[in-house]
Design a protein around this ligand. Sequence first.
Ligand SMILES: Cc1cc2nc3c(=O)[nH]c(=O)nc-3n(C[C@H](O)[C@H](O)[C@H](O)COP(=O)(O)OP(=O)(O)OC[C@H]3O[C@@H](n4cnc5c(N)ncnc54)[C@H](O)[C@@H]3O)c2cc1C
Length: 424
Amino acid sequence: MSKSTDTYELAVIGTGMAGMAATLFAANREISVAQAGTTGEIIFASGYFDLMGIHPPEEKKIWKDPWAARDALIRDIPNHPYARVRQKDILAAFEEIISFLQETGLQYCRMESQNSQALTPVGTVKTTYAVHHTMWAGVQALAEKQPCLVVGFKGLKGFSAHQVAGNLQHKWPKLRAVRIPFPGRLEGELYAEQMARSLDFSGNREKLALAIQPHMKDAKVVGMPAILGMYQTRDVLTDLEHHLGVPVFEIPTLPPSVPGLRLKETFEQGFQKKAVQQFSQKRVLKARSTPEGNFVLDIGSGETPEHQIQAKGVILATGRFLGRGLSAERKRIRETLFDLPVFQPETRPDWHRKDFLDSRGHPLNRAGLETDDRLRPVDASGKPMFQRLFAAGAILAHQDWIRMKCGAGLAIATAYKAVDAFWK
Ligand SMILES: Cc1cc2nc3c(=O)[nH]c(=O)nc-3n(C[C@H](O)[C@H](O)[C@H](O)COP(=O)(O)OP(=O)(O)OC[C@H]3O[C@@H](n4cnc5c(N)ncnc54)[C@H](O)[C@@H]3O)c2cc1C
C-alpha cells in the first residue's frame, strides 16, 4: 500500500450510473473528488435513460408524461427515493448529465416533458425518456410507422431482426427484416463490440452499406443492432446514412452492450479532463469513520489494500445485489461496506412471492437503505448513521427500478441530491 493517505473532500464509491453521475456533479462544483469501483451495471445497460415509465407496475400502466407518473408514484409510495428530489432538481440533473455527455462526444435526444417509445432487442416497445442520438431515428420511425428495414447479422447472438419485425408486425406492418453476413466475416460467432470496432474504420462502413443496399426496396429508414462504432459513432452513422440515403438507427442488443460501453468510456474520458481521481477497477475494501466525522477508505483490486484515502464525505453508490452493495446472506440482507441497516422483509421466506410472475413484484426488490431527506442512511429511529455519508442509486430502499422503468433517472436524480446535500 502507498505510504501517504491522500485527502479529498468527497469519495464516491461505485462506478455505475449513480456513481458516475455523483462524481460528475461533484467535479462540476469543484469539490475535490475520488471515485472507486469496478465496472458497474452501466455496461449492461441499454443506453436508454428511463425517468419514470410505469406505475403502478402491477397494472403495467404506461405514462407518456414522466412527471405526472412521478407525482402519482410519490402519492402512492411516499417513501420512494424520488419523493426526496424536487422535479426541478431532477430536470437540472438530467440537463447537466446530457450536456456533459454531449460535450464529451455522446449526444442524447429526448422530449423534455414526455417519454418516448423505443425498440428493444426482442421486438417489444419500451417507454423511456432519453436515448442515444443513434437511436432517435428509431423512436421517430416507430411513432410514424415508416417503412423500415431491420438488418440482422449471421453469427450475432441475442439479436434477431426477424424476431423484432415478427413481434411488431401487428403494430408496425411496414417493418421488414433481413439477415446478412457482416462484411469480412462469413462464419463463426460475432460480438457486438467487435463489430462496432470494425465499423470505426470507414472502409468497412461502405462495405456494410453495399451489403444492405439490395434489400432496401421501399425502406425509408434502416434499423440495426447497436454496433455503429465504438469511438467514431457519429461518423459511422453519417457515413451509413449517406451511403443508404435514409436515416439509420440502432436498437440496443442484449448485455453487455455497446451503448453501455460507450457511456462508461465517455464518463471516464470526461473525468480525466476534470481532474477526478479515479481508482478504476478497484474496490473499497474497508471503510471507517474518524472521531472528526471523516472517512478513511482502503482501496485495492484484490484482498490487499493498495491505497488509503481520507475524505470528509462519502457517497455510497454501490448498487444492489449485482453491484454488490447489498449481499443476500442466509438470514438477512446486509449492506457490504458499513454494515448499515437495510430495510428488508422480516424473514427470508418473505423475500420472494410464491408466484415468480406475481404482478406485485418481489419484496426483495424493494430492499435497501432508508434515508433522511438529505439521503443519509438512517437507523431504526430515523437518525443519520453518519453526518456526511450519503447514498444514491439502486441501493436505496422502496424502489423497484426495473419494474417501474426508472433505473437511470433514479440514479441521476439521487446522485444530484446527494452531492447537493454534501455541498451545502
Ligand atoms: C441489463 C441491464 C439493463 C438496463 N437497462 C436500463 C435501461 O434500459 N434504462 C435505464 O434507465 N436503466 C437501465 N439499467 C439500469 C442502470 O444502468 C443502473 O443499473 C441502475 O440505474 C443502478 O445504478 P447504480 O449505479 O445505482 O448501481 P450499479 O450499476 O449496480 O453500480 C454499483 C457500482 O458499485 C460498485 N461497488 C460495489 N461495491 C463496491 C465497493 N466495495 N467498492 C467500490 N465499488 C463498489 C460496483 O463495482 C459498481 O460500479 C439497466 C441495468 C441492467 C443491469
